[in-house]
Design a protein around this ligand. Structure first.
Ligand SMILES: Nc1ncnc2c1ncn2[C@@H]1O[C@H](COP(=O)(O)OP(=O)(O)OP(=O)(O)O)[C@@H](O)[C@H]1O
Length: 298
């Protein structure tokens, strides 16, 4: 099966400065890639190259096997894009805004109505966008990105400013789209929010790949250890079992590799009679900061 996105040794420079270099990855149907990196890391440059708006200086991008920068393929490739700052024309109604984008993309009014309905905006369809809440504007922006039933959805900071239930509803919609085979790239700084939803993350720094993989792969590669905190009331663990070697008496805690968690918990419960503990796992935030620290120390 053809990957939805195939990026090979991609590079782009502006004047003497490389904005992106040596980047390779692929994205399959239904997969969600979290695109992470500090300001200026190259995320927007990558998204624009996938959209075919910026032509690479090195390497290549293929979307469904085709060059997105080749105008001959633009119509077929069906990509949806929600930029961070989408201009929704405040003085028009939600219906008029969506109808405007629909005309640009050759979609009819039935599609506009269906999307307004799907996004819970039917009742407000003829209200001016200026009167919409942040969440309603975001749903209208998403409706705009979904007009052509895209096989690839590129979303830049889609949950900024949304309340927790609106963010949850947004990710539920994304899950439904992925079920139907849509591949999704989400560019975000909201690491905790995206963590439970991603298949893989790509961490960029200075235009280069500083980490690409599933959360487990990134955890393993980082070498970061999770921490199991034991209650102070528990007498220090003693004995000759292998976990005691990872035991920090001062902290009253055990540091362990994420892959050892199930075994360790079982061991404590069954052999040490201890079930009163808390675990701080290595999350996307720790991995991201670790990658950025490594970048600084190079
Ligand atoms: N059109 C351009 N002309 C000159 N330099 C550019 C242009 N577009 C991007 N750059 C430079 O390329 C680098 C990567 O920029 P890019 O916008 O891709 O980063 P980003 O990760 O999206 O940042 P942010 O999180 O702030 O949006 C930066 O150094 C930026 O100044």
């Amino acid at each position: 099966m053809t990957n939805v996105v195939e990026v090979t040794q991609l590079g782009k420079h502006f004047s003497e400065q490389w904005a992106l270099r040596g980047l390779s990855f692929s994205l399959a149907e239904g997969e969600l890639l979290a695109l992470l990196g500090h300001n200026g890391a190259g995320k927007t440059t990558l998204i624009k190259q996938i959209l075919g708006l910026v032509v690479p200086d090195e390497g290549q991008v293929r979307v469904l096997g085709k060059d997105p920068a080749d105008k001959a393929h633009r119509g077929e490739l069906s990509m949806g894009y929600l930029p961070e700052q989408v201009n929704l024309y405040d003085n028009l109604s939600g219906f008029e805004v969506l109808q405007y984008f629909a005309k640009l993309r050759g979609c009819n009014d039935e599609r506009v109505d269906a999307l307004l309905q799907q996004q819970g905006l039917a009742a407000a369809a003829h209200q001016r966008v200026a009167t919409y809440s942040k969440g309603m504007k975001q749903r209208l922006g998403l409706a705009q990105a979904l007009l052509t039933k895209p096989k690839l959805l590129l979303l830049d900071e889609p949950t900024v400013g949304l309340d927790p239930s609106a963010s949850m509803a947004f990710y539920q919609q994304i899950a439904d789209l992925r079920q139907q085979g849509t591949a999704v790239i989400i560019c975000t700084h909201e690491l905790t929010l995206i963590e439970p939803h991603l298949d893989r993350a790509l961490i960029l720094a200075k235009g280069q790949n500083r980490g690409l993989g599933t959360l487990v792969e990134l955890q393993q590669r980082s070498g970061l250890r999770s921490k199991l905190q034991l209650p102070d009331s528990l007498p220090p663990l003693l004995g000759s079992d292998p976990y005691i070697r990872q035991y920090d008496r001062n902290e009253h805690a055990i540091h362990f590799a994420p892959s050892e968690q199930a075994e360790l918990v079982q061991h404590l419960c069954n052999h040490c009679g201890c079930s009163d503990f808390s675990i701080a796992t290595v999350g996307l935030g720790e991995i991201y900061h670790h990658c950025q620290q490594q970048e600084l120390s190079q």
